[in-house]
Design a protein around this ligand. Structure first.
Ligand code: PEP
Length: 251
């Protein structure tokens, strides 16, 4: 039995005050959502304020990235996993396609970040997904398989208990063009089979695989209906508490 996860990625939006206001509104709208883990990822600077206001609620806080370095060291501008924990985060998003695209992240950096985050006990939401040309040339599964095996390289079965995978086709992110539930299910089933061969069947059966890419209140139920879709990573529609709460309360 895999507990669904609905996570909102606020990206580089909202000042601290706006983040707190949205978080408090969301907290009250999803207080009965015991069927699912609810997670929001504000910007670094808002983590502590948001986490304080969510204490005792069922909404958890994620960071949007962390350093490859697990220890405090000379890395100007970076934030490491224990600092994120210290600021109230219990989850971290790693390898989002925007970080791969704009910050040159590779499967190797993703893997190093995952290991650094695990070292400090964070739950990692590891993002994978092909771009449009890769899908059109029939390479989507090959690309995603490489990202999954590279990003999760060397992780033990115990490590895998703190891994959530987010399949986010790049062509569906922020475009309003969602993968069909069939396309998403096909890739999620493929990822689960890949985990079964790299780790174990039991591990594959328990790992949560989220779909991300233009998830909205009106398409979440169809997506969640699929066997291997265990939740969603939501960008644009998570910025407003009402629409994100409708996604969380999809049932
Ligand atoms: C995302 O950036 O992770 C995402 C899925 O964005 P959107 O929901 O806006 O497509």
């Amino acid at each position: 039995m895999r507990k669904p996860v609905i996570a909102g990625n606020w990206k580089m939006h909202k000042l601290i005050g706006e983040s707190v206001d949205t978080a408090v509104e969301l907290r009250d709208l999803v207080s009965n959502a015991g069927h699912s883990e609810v997670v929001i990822a504000p910007v670094f600077t808002a983590l502590r304020s948001v986490a304080d206001r969510l204490e005792g609620s069922n909404v958890r806080v994620a960071a949007q990235d962390c350093s490859t370095k697990a220890e405090h060291t000379a890395r100007t501008g970076e934030v490491c996993a224990d600092m994120l924990k210290d600021a109230g985060a219990t989850y971290v998003i790693i390898g989002h396609s925007e970080r791969r695209q704009f910050n040159g992240e590779t499967d190797e950096t993703v893997n190093a970040k995952v290991k650094a985050a695990l070292k400090h006990g964070l739950v990692c939401i590891v993002c994978v997904g092909e771009d449009l040309s890769q899908r059109e040339s029939g390479d989507a599964q090959k690309v995603v398989a490489t990202q999954v095996s590279g990003g999760l390289a060397g992780l033990t079965l115990t490590d895998m208990e703190r891994i959530i995978i987010a399949y986010e086709p790049v062509w569906a992110i922020g475009t309003g063009r969602t993968a069909t539930p069939e396309q998403a299910q096909e890739m999620h089933g493929f990822i689960r089979r890949a985990i079964a061969s790299s780790h174990s069947k039991e591990c594959a059966d328990s790992v949560r695989i989220l779909y991300g890419g233009s998830v909205k209140p009106d398409n979440i139920a169809d997506l969640m209906d699929r066997e291997d879709i265990d939740g969603a990573l939501v960008g644009g529609a998570s910025l407003e508490a009402g629409s994100f709460a409708s996604i969380v309360n999809y049932r």
